[in-house]
Write a protein that binds this ligand. Sequence first.
Ligand SMILES: Cc1cc2nc3c(=O)[nH]c(=O)nc-3n(C[C@H](O)[C@H](O)[C@H](O)COP(=O)(O)OP(=O)(O)OC[C@H]3O[C@@H](n4cnc5c(N)ncnc54)[C@H](O)[C@@H]3O)c2cc1C
Length: 509
Amino acid sequence: MLMRTRAAPAAANAPHAVVIGSGFGGLAAAVRMAARGWRVTVLERLDAPGGRAYVHHREGHVFDAGPTIVTVPHLFEELWALAGRDFRAEVDLRALDPFYRIRFADGDHFDYSGDPERMRAEVRRVCAADLPGLERFMAEADHCCKLGFEALGAQAFDRVGDLLAAAPAIVRMRGWRSLHSMVAGHFSHPKLRTAMSLQSLLIGGNPFSVTCIYSLINALERRWGVHWAMGGTGTLVRGLASLLDDLGGTLRLGADVQRIEVEGGRATGVTLASGERIAADVVVSNGDASWTYRHLVDARHRRHWTDRRIEHGHHSMSLFVWYFGTTKRYEEVPHHTMLLGPRYRGLLDDIFRRHRLADDFSLYLHRPTATDPALAPAGHDTFYVLSPVPHLGSGTDWATESERYRQAVQKALEATLLPELGRHVTVSFVTTPVDFQQRLLAYRGAAFGLEPLLRQSAWFRPHNRSEDVEGLFMVGAGTHPGAGVPGVLMSAKALETVLPEPAALEARR
Ligand SMILES: Cc1cc2nc3c(=O)[nH]c(=O)nc-3n(C[C@H](O)[C@H](O)[C@H](O)COP(=O)(O)OP(=O)(O)OC[C@H]3O[C@@H](n4cnc5c(N)ncnc54)[C@H](O)[C@@H]3O)c2cc1C
């Protein structure tokens, strides 16, 4: 049971924190800071909060732009409690069962759920010999969740000593193995190897190269469930914004930060594209970490995150997302479907290593109206389908490719889950890697920041407290622990551990 005691709004002369960006990480950080007595201003360049979780309203359809799979609900409960409010009373969170359907290229499918008996039945159906591997895999994933998520997820890797202290845990998890090789140690059937390893793609990690520590995703889904917030993910964004408001914080929309001001090695505020200067005692960037350093902090203030280092970093994949409504309801289609193409490793190599836009694809189809019909006009469905694609390093000219690609995706859907789709599509629009770069200011249009490789994780990821500029902090997918809604909510907790107490700054004035 969480204690709900509402913190008093900060005094008018309390130390001022500017948070750049209103993604889940930025809003969570702002709520935590406001509850601790900071005067908080969130500056968001778009016309609504949420970042990747922006909401598009078109012709009676509600389209959540990004995250749809909500796990670890207690991370939200904690934030609500900080404002003295009850998350469960305000947000209608529905547990999904099964979590998602994985449909293979041959038409067979695997319903992935949190129910141990039904999971065993699914595994047995695909390959009975792999049944003992399921318990072994889940036990190992649980171990990674306890060490990697619960123990290390909210700890800022601020000093090399933090890394050394975590090293035994990384050794115990044998974190140098890739996720796929760990999974392959437990399952022999290619379908099961795919079904148990694709989860890292939800946070922009290639299962063949991310550390096996990310099996923690399988464990946290099983432990805390996969949920849907009725009204859409936007409900959670609006909820966080209202917590901030309750705590006396300010959210300014249409405020595009062009520069972080640094004087004597210390962040002193920001300058907006309009020329307005806003002074701050600390600046927290929820923008993409690579973009923040490369474009908002003058190169002469950066010894660590130099242009060269950023350019040589491995950035995650991007996404092509097609949002559409249909004049009919496809009742057979579940809420979440992973629609796999013929290739797994080869396709991921094209995306992550060769940076080549392939002709084939694997898709994730989101049909929120399966659970929440109010998100479309009566009798209609709301969908999005996303295809992982290389980041802008591929050189793809999306202005010319986009429609051809969308049509190929439509054809694949018509041949599988959504027959005669073309006849039923009403509203339709897409997001390409170029939008990730231009709208969200994501370096190379990467949808998940730096790829979560072991050598780009924890101490090796941009720190929650900037290595380069005093008084500058990072929160969100680009910093520790990384992308995904639970990850960025944890990054706000990690941030708290390295922020000064506002009272300490007041005393210094
Ligand atoms: C299509 C898609 C589907 C996903 N699905 C899931 C899912 O199902 N489950 C899950 O857990 N995760 C999912 N993710 C990942 C998850 O959405 C992200 O990792 C997470 O939301 C990122 O949050 P963030 O705090 O890093 O901020 P972001 O969402 O990246 O927001 C950053 C904000 O900063 C603003 N900003 C940037 N620069 C400036 C500037 N200079 N001035 C002012 N504002 C600025 C941007 O406009 C943006 O609003 C998905 C991501 C995508 C793209």
